[in-house]
Design a binder for this molecule. Structure first.
Ligand code: R5P
Length: 300
């Protein structure tokens, strides 16, 4: 693969060192030598050792919690790469921050994702790659080419290797059906969804019960994000009531904040499978093959 990538370099961000390394290994693209630190007052520092003149630079930085810091680091990296002479900068931002605030839900709110898009573009990103963004229509708001890749095939392949009993795929809300469908296709099984309502002020979730033939079967709950774990937990409680055997939760972005893990375990979820969009103990599947295959098309 190296031939097509001869003028590319991967710059790892502090949030995504392992993903960046895997992309480099998968493609043969050189991995840049970088240094980052946080000053005592909290400000971020970044330095790159490599010469970027005329290079096509792939900056890899997920903007998972702490999102604001990760975003500033990303902006510093993109701006520095451009300023140091990069020909083009592709920003790989697996977890795109503030995507859940894609509209004004209540009067007076900002449309936060628009602010983030504008900042990344004005820092100098020529192209943006993200994964399973919360709402696909957000991609139309970019002025530069922007691509929403999916982790669903990779996650489903991993789940397929788990030897599950008559697996059944469930989207914990209607929006997640676009992810559950391709997931179920890989497993060659059926899928369905629950209806969920979230109170905009309290954040409380309500999931409607539904008749499903899951008795004695293993259920896989599929979503883009697991944040507080509330969505997954509510769905799992219903599945348990319906007699599901084992419950697995799979997602692209395992944020898992607060007591998400405990909440999900208490609801009967036995296994959590996420990707290296958020590097940690639940990033069991790497996004690198999807990024590599995308970059090979860009480089041709
Ligand atoms: C919302 O619609 C998303 O797709 C997820 O279902 C949601 O963000 C998960 O959040 P939590 O884990 O806090 O319920």
């Amino acid at each position: 693969m190296l031939g097509v990538f001869y003028s590319m370099i991967v710059v790892p961000g502090p949030a995504s060192p392992n993903l960046a390394k895997r992309i480099s290994q998968e493609t043969g693209i050189k991995l840049a030598k970088v240094h980052y630190k946080t000053f005592p007052d909290g400000e971020s520092y970044f330095r790159i050792e490599d010469d970027l003149k005329g290079e096509e630079v792939v900056v890899v930085q997920s903007c998972s919690p702490p999102q604001d810091k990760r975003l500033v680091e990303l902006l510093l990296m993109v701006d520095a790469c451009k300023d140091l002479g990069a020909e083009r900068v592709i920003a790989v931002v697996p977890y795109f921050p503030y995507a859940r605030q894609d509209k004004r839900f209540l009067p007076g709110e900002p449309i936060s994702v628009n602010t983030v898009i504008k900042s990344i573009e004005s820092a100098g990103a020529d192209e943006v790659i993200t994964f399973d963004i919360h709402e696909v229509h957000i991609m139309e708001r970019f002025s530069v080419p922007a691509h929403n890749l999916t982790a669903m095939r990779l996650l489903a392949k991993h789940v397929k290797s788990l030897d599950l009993e008559s697996p059944f795929v469930l989207a914990p809300d209607q929006g997640a059906m676009r992810l559950a469908k391709p997931f179920a296709e890989v497993l060659e099984t059926d899928c369905d969804f629950f209806i969920k309502h979230r109170d905009r002020v309290t954040g409380e979730i309500e999931t409607k019960e539904k008749e499903l033939s899951v008795e004695g079967r293993d259920a896989i709950l599929v979503d883009d994000i697991i944040s507080t774990g509330g969505t997954m937990a509510k769905a799992a409680q219903i599945l348990k009531k319906l007699g599901a055997r084992r419950i697995v939760a799979a997602c692209t972005h395992p944020i898992l904040c607060g007591n998400a893990l405990q909440r999900m375990r208490d609801a009967g979820i036995e296994e959590i499978i996420g990707t290296d969009s958020i590097e940690g103990p639940y990033s069991k599947v790497s996004l690198a093959p999807e990024v590599a295959s995308f970059l090979s098309k860009v480089a041709e």
